[in-house]
Design a protein around this ligand. Structure first.
Ligand SMILES: Cc1cc2nc3c(=O)[nH]c(=O)nc-3n(C[C@H](O)[C@H](O)[C@H](O)COP(=O)(O)OP(=O)(O)OC[C@H]3O[C@@H](n4cnc5c(N)ncnc54)[C@H](O)[C@@H]3O)c2cc1C
Length: 465
């Protein structure tokens, strides 16, 4: 059944469910509900679907500037990509990769980086402590809740400084935090880190020394996932439709855009919580929800892809993978096309550096990144042919890379996915597993779709397909 077809049950309604946002979460909620025969309208502010799966083109090739890696554990993303018939390519990691911490370079290949034994031992000890703390907090007793409150008073930086036995371990975990959370350890609650340790199946997964290892990318960019899905659901998705206000009563929820409105029985809002704050709700959201949305802060990321005639680093026995605490970028990796007819390095500037470099003129930022690439790859890095970039903090419709919690916020976010009346919540920030990843976004979209199905079913409104 097409969404906008006339249906006697739908008098006065545009759809059963209105979905706000066509990122991965909104697309997956759309897919699930359409599959179940539910009338859906999905409203997207941008002129394209995909949200934080987004990229740019250079020389006729598409490159990711947002989400790109598909982790070996990301089974839902893999299944989706397979169903959409999209080819995957392994992240190139042949040859020598490097980590620069406190001006010291450590190179590594197929095995983990070889740090001095006391650093390696300390790093493993710290991860072990994080795993142990996460196991203790998993059982919600009165004692663990009190302990969680105490842990939440501290920043991850304060804990690292008290716990690590070497300055190199502190700095190593600092740069790995920037890469994963796009935030400084001083900004993040220790509690949130521990929560994320269990959401990502252990500290070793969260703070990987070889984050690129085992990752795959969609050939042509992850925005092809969004393109395929928006093609399949073109009857449901309406682009260029920013929702500015939402009103709900006991029978319906209405989403208002510029000069138009959409009335449905239920809504699924998939926007990052801080972006949801831009929507005017009537009645006003309950204080608990409002407080929660104020506290999920967006990390900062600016992605720059630099182009060369060919991936010259490969000929010099290098993988193109660098982790560097000196900045501007915290990490770069090889994103050359599969046929390697040009060389491309994706440089991710994260956290405070993204804030600082985002304010500089484009040319100065590029010069700083090229100088950093020269340090790692030699003078050939100076002969770049072009660059594309995206500052995710400058994007109105996500206002940053991904959500995190500052110290003191933990008790506000327990109900991150609890519906408010007819409004249900999705988005990668609401996922309980693989939070802030494509896998988490899929989980959240499917969970919210299932919630709405239950509501429609209890009201006797589920139609047969
Ligand atoms: C630089 C970067 C690198 C990343 N790398 C990876 C990676 O390698 N692997 C991985 O798994 N994940 C990665 N991620 C995370 C991943 O991109 C996100 O977790 C995921 O895409 C979030 O999907 P979502 O649907 O929850 O949110 P979004 O993608 O933000 O979707 C929300 C949608 O809502 C729309 N919207 C906002 N406001 C309104 C409104 N008022 N009305 C209508 N529509 C609105 C937005 O335009 C957007 O399309 C990365 C993210 C960034 C920024």
């Amino acid at each position: 059944m097409s969404t906008l077809q006339f249906d006697q049950n739908m008098l006065g309604f545009n759809a059963d469910v209105v979905i706000i946002g066509a990122g991965m979460a909104g697309l997956m909620a759309t897919r699930r509900l359409v599959h179940e025969g539910v009338n859906v309208i999905t409203l997207e502010a941008r002129d394209r679907a995909g949200g934080r799966m987004g990229g740019g083109t250079f020389n006729g090739e598409s490159y990711d500037l947002g989400a790109q890696w598909i982790d070996p554990h990301a089974s839902a993303v893999r299944t989706l990509v397979h169903e959409l018939g999209l080819p995957l390519t392994n992240q190139y990691h042949e040859g020598e990769s490097s980590i620069g911490i406190r001006s010291r370079k450590t190179s590594f290949g197929k095995r983990s980086p070889f740090f001095a034994p006391h650093v390696a031992l300390d790093y493993r000890r710290v991860l072990h402590l994080l795993d142990a703390m996460s196991r203790r907090l998993d059982a919600p007793t009165d004692e663990t809740l009190e302990r969680a409150r105490q842990i939440d008073m501290r920043s991850f930086a304060a804990w690292l400084s008290d716990t690590c036995r070497t300055r190199t371990t502190v700095q190593l975990l600092t740069v790995l935090t920037r890469i994963h959370f796009h935030a400084e350890p001083s900004e993040i609650s220790l509690y949130y880190i521990i929560d994320q340790v269990s959401a990502h199946r252990g500290a070793a997964q969260l703070f990987r020394l070889r984050p690129a290892h085992g990752q795959e990318r969609v050939v042509g960019g992850s925005s092809r996932i969004a393109e395929r899905l928006s093609q399949q659901y073109r009857q449901q998705i309406i682009a260029d439709t920013p929702i500015l206000a939402m009103r709900q009563d006991e029978h319906s929820v209405t989403a208002y855009s510029r000069g138009t409105s959409f009335r449905a029985r239920y809504a699924i809002v998939t926007t990052p919580p801080v972006v949801t704050q831009q929507i005017y709700f009537e009645p006003h959201l309950p204080p608990a929800r409002d407080a929660l949305q104020q506290r999920i802060i967006m990390g900062r990321a600016l992605t720059m892809v630099v182009f060369y005639d060919y991936p010259f680093w490969r000929e010099n026995g290098k993988s193109g993978i660098v982790i560097d605490d000196a900045g501007p970028f915290s990490m770069c990796h090889d994103v050359s096309p599969v046929n390697a007819n040009e060389g491309a390095l994706a440089c991710i500037i994260s956290a405070e550096a993204a804030h600082r470099w985002g304010m500089q003129p484009r040319n100065e930022r590029l010069t700083a990144v090229i100088t950093q690439l020269q340090r790692w790859f030699g003078a050939e890095a100076l002969a770049y042919r072009g660059m594309i970039e995206r500052d995710w903090n400058a994007e109105r419709w996500n206002r940053g890379a991904n959500g995190f919690l500052a110290p003191g916020a933990a008790s506000y976010i327990h109900n991150v996915a609890t519906p408010v009346g007819r409004v249900h919540w999705a988005g990668s920030e609401t996922a309980t597993h693989w939070t802030n990843t494509l896998e988490g976004a899929i989980e959240s979209g499917e969970r919210a779709a299932a919630e709405v199905m239950v509501e429609l079913g209890s009201a006797g409104l589920l139609r047969t397909k």
